[in-house]
Structures are given as structure tokens and as C-alpha cells.
Design a protein around this ligand. Structure first.
Ligand SMILES: NC(=O)c1ccc[n+]([C@@H]2O[C@H](COP(=O)([O-])OP(=O)(O)OC[C@H]3O[C@@H](n4cnc5c(N)ncnc54)[C@H](OP(=O)(O)O)[C@@H]3O)[C@@H](O)[C@H]2O)c1
Length: 255
């Protein structure tokens, strides 16, 4: 690996937005991308991308699994010695339309673990390697669903997902503040309404007829979302991005 190689680690790279980000980054020169997937051996498109580009290293990574994240850190250490960008993208969205009065506690716990504790564990295990970078960056692909202001008036019933994303948003505020001493830039991003498996299932869960979107909200392809997010990743600076909650178009979202 050359000393000018930019090193990325991303979770949820098997499909959807995570795969689109990984594919886009892999088109660049001088990059090495550690691509987390729950079952990398059976993630055909990720394996194909790795073979084709030689710049993607598929790694087993179950959200919130400390052993997996520690093993990822060992692979990164061995192959790259540091990481420049950590992108916590893996997520689940379940129990849309299940009222807060009856949604099972287990649904809150499950989504909290994957969506909030997953990014925490990933960062904790990679932090020593991230702080070896001259430009350490941490991004969480969260959601406007985690905006408390949005939740107060949202036309959706989605409390378990929303609470888990609000938690991870708050977590990033702590990370941004405590990471300042290490020159870290930590940012929450909302990828837009994206027609990935999750996005399509969410629309269905909301009772929106197939082929239609949420009125007034553009529906993006995973590639369109990835393009917008990677632009944010590239441009992120401490003064403008640290501790911020940004939509895919760069605009700030109220907490
Ligand atoms: N799509 C949207 O409209 C939208 C809107 C706002 C925010 N987001 C956020 O964007 C991120 C990416 O979502 P997406 O739309 O690309 O969803 P997706 O198509 O459903 O892909 C989800 C990814 O997360 C991985 N994942 C799920 N559970 C996991 C676990 N327990 N451990 C490790 N990986 C796990 C999946 O891996 P497997 O292949 O192994 O299942 C997959 O790679 C999520 O954080 C989501 O909340 C999406």
C-alpha cells in the first residue's frame, strides 16, 4: 500500500447505500476499502467488486458485535496500519405503523443495538487506527427519522426506528466533542429517501402504492444517494462539519 492511499472502513456494504458508496469509492485511485458485511462469503456483488477492483476487502461485521469489530481492526492494522474514514452505514428499519403504545420493547432493543450501538462499537474498535490518520473522519448514515423535531410532526408511525436513530445522532454529538482533541471530524448524515431494499419496504409499510413515493420528497437511487454522501465525506472539515446533522444535499437538519 502506498503512503498516499486513503483508507476507508464501512459497515453494511453488502447492498443498498453501503454497497453503492463502496462501489463509488472503489473507482478512485489510491484507495483501500474495508467493507463490512454480515456474510461476506455469500455477498456475491461485494465479492465481485473486490475481485474486479482489488481495492475492496470484504470483512465479516455484524453490527454491535465487539469480536467482529475487533477482528476488523486487526485486519485494517495488518493491511493498512491506519484508517482515514469510518462510515457506520449498516442499519435496520422495522415496525413501521406499529403504534408506540404497542410496539414490542424487543423491537426498540433490536433496532437500538444495530442502529446506535453498532456505530459505537465500530468506532471504539477502530479509534486507535483512526487517530493514526492525519484526517480522521467518522460518519454515521442515520436518518431524518432520528430528528426529534421531525418526529414531533412526522406523518409516520415509526417510533422504534426513530428512537434508535435519535440515539445515534446524540451519540455523534458526544463523539464530535470528545474527539476534537484528536482532530476528529464526526458527522451524522441523512441519505435521503432511497429506493434500496429498506426504502422500498418502508414505503410499503407506510401503505404507499408500489411505484409511488412520499409526496414532496424525492426518491433517490442508492447510487444517487452515494454520490451525494461521498461529496459530503470528501468536503468534511472540522469548522463546518464536526458535530453536524446534514442531509444528503448538505443542508443542516434540526436535531
Ligand atoms: N433507504 C432509505 O430510504 C433510508 C433513509 C434514511 C436512512 N437510511 C439509512 O441508510 C443506511 C443504509 O440503509 P439502506 O437503505 O442501504 O438499507 P438496506 O438496503 O436494507 O441495506 C442495509 C445494510 O445494512 C446491513 N445490516 C442490516 N442489519 C445488520 C446487522 N445486524 N449487522 C450488520 N449489518 C447489517 C445489511 O446487510 P445484510 O445484507 O447482511 O442484510 C445491508 O448491507 C441505514 O442505516 C438506514 O437506516 C436509509
Amino acid at each position: 500500500m502506498s503512503s498516499s492511499t486513503t483508507v476507508y472502513a464501512i459497515s453494511g456494504a453488502s447492498r443498498g447505500i453501503g454497497f453503492a458508496i463502496t462501489s463509488l469509492l472503489a473507482q478512485r485511485d489510491n484507495v483501500l476499502i474495508f467493507a463490512g458485511a454480515r456474510d461476506p462469503a455469500h455477498s456475491a456483488q461485494l465479492q465481485a467488486l473486490a475481485e474486479k477492483t482489488g481495492k475492496v476487502v470484504p470483512v465479516k461485521l455484524e453490527s454491535a458485535n465487539e469480536d467482529d469489530a475487533a477482528a476488523l481492526a486487526r485486519v485494517v492494522e495488518q493491511k493498512a496500519g491506519h484508517v482515514d474514514y469510518v462510515i457506520a452505514n449498516a442499519g435496520i428499519a422495522e415496525d413501521f405503523n406499529n403504534p408506540v403504545f404497542s410496539a414490542p420493547a424487543s423491537s426498540f432493543t433490536k433496532q437500538f443495538m444495530v442502529n446506535a450501538i453498532g456505530p459505537l462499537v465500530l468506532l471504539q474498535q477502530l479509534y486507535p487506527l483512526l487517530t493514526k490518520s492525519s484526517t480522521p473522519r467518522f460518519f454515521v448514515v442515520s436518518s431524518v427519522a432520528g430528528s426529534t423535531s421531525f418526529a414531533a410532526t412526522a406523518p409516520l408511525i415509526f417510533s422504534p426506528y426513530s428512537v434508535s436513530k435519535a440515539a445515534v445522532n446524540n451519540l455523534v454529538v458526544h463523539i464530535a466533542r470528545e474527539g476534537e482533541k484528536d482532530n476528529l471530524v464526526a458527522t451524522v448524515v441523512h441519505p435521503g429517501m432511497v429506493l434500496s431494499d429498506m426504502g422500498v419496504a418502508a414505503l410499503k409499510g407506510m401503505g404507499i402504492p408500489e411505484g409511488e413515493g412520499i409526496p414532496g420528497i424525492p426518491a433517490l437511487t442508492p447510487d444517487e444517494s452515494a454520490n451525494a454522501l461521498v461529496k459530503i465525506f470528501d468536503e468534511a472539515k472540522r469548522e463546518t462539519h464536526n458535530g453536524k446533522f446534514l442531509s444528503y444535499d448538505g443542508s443542516e437538519i434540526p436535531w
